[in-house]
Design a protein around this ligand. Sequence first.
Ligand code: IPE
Ligand code: IPE
Ligand code: MG
Ligand code: MG
Ligand code: MG
Length: 389
Amino acid sequence: MKSKGEKSGQRTFEEALERLETVVDALERGNLTLEESLAHFEEGTGLIKECAAKLDAAEASCRNSSRPARDSSSSNCRLLKMKKQTKSEKAVPAFLEVLMKREAERVEALLNEVLPEGRKRPSSVHRAMRYAVLGGGKRIRPVLAILAFRACGGRGKAIYKVGAALELIHNFTLIHDDLPCMDDDRMRRGKPSVHVAFGEATALLAGDALLSLAFEVLASLGTSDSSHGLKASRMINEIAHVAGTMGIVGGQVLDMESEGKSVPLSTLTYIHTHKTGALIACSVRLGALLAGARREQLEALSRYGDRLGFAFQVVDDIRDLRASAAELGRSRARDRARKKATFPLLMGLEKSLEKAQSLVEEAKSELVGFGKYEKYLGALADYVVQRAT
Ligand code: IPE
Ligand code: IPE
Ligand code: MG
Ligand code: MG
Ligand code: MG
């Protein structure tokens, strides 16, 4: 990549835009290392701001002058038309999405390897496991683990095993969450839910098998590289705690028991921080733990993960009402139909959005001192809350 050091003031809008296109192309080709991707992401974010500032200046000069400058009138008009698309607040997630796509592909390649082949006996359950895990998903938990790992100086590929284990657990919870005895959702990610495609018994067992496989993958970190042994044991300890009654199971139990009831904010907070927040916070912590983070780093990232994980479920509640069926990959307003305890039900949509925004701001305030990762983890937090709007 050339011209990183080029002074923005000396560059015309067209030159900045051209450079931006080069950066985006390089990101989309997907053959960069994570460090290169992040450097491109950073440069692209700066370029977007630079383009937006140049457009603002062009707009001001159009307003202030009855007769536009000789050489700029037609290009200014063209630029102003483009302004909408290059506003930084819309474009930053586009960069992040490129980064997420790249890391998601790496985690998916590993998932494809660790999941038993569909034709291997007992094939019904193996096919159901692959259908559940490899059928889409944003892979936010692995991306969080990877970024936290890098933010704490972690290097190497071991983190992808952690990412894969997190996705296996997450997808196990989704299979069970959709079962008729739970949320009774017949669609997930735009496809029939696992129990609809494979039957309830197979879905239940596929979920059990994914949970078990997650621990097999995590434990293999210690057996394949003894220097990871202690860390693997600590990570297994944390994730086992989070998957159980003190985490996801606890939250899901309260979620079920609260259907049709009017619950206080403290109960709703418990549900959201346990059924969803706990695994998201754990993803961030596992990345930091594998990197051998210092205590202050681990504590700051844990607070970031706690706030972000809580915000994630508040946003999920909002999206259930505001997003389209196509965006949700299933029908809308399922929570209302199930009489679920949700933030919009308790405090209305507007206050729920404010709650999610303030949690994300709190999360971002924990990132000071992580250098460029402050920006990346901050952008990911912004992306989570932007999904609500
Ligand atoms: C959905 O999680 C279930 C919740 C915990 C709210 P995600 O929104 O991360 O689901 P996928 O994996 O991207 O489909
Ligand atoms: C899901 O919460 C939490 C877990 C799967 C543990 P939801 O029930 O709100 O998730 P969706 O809306 O079905 O994805
Ligand atoms: Mg549920
Ligand atoms: Mg559900
Ligand atoms: Mg939901």
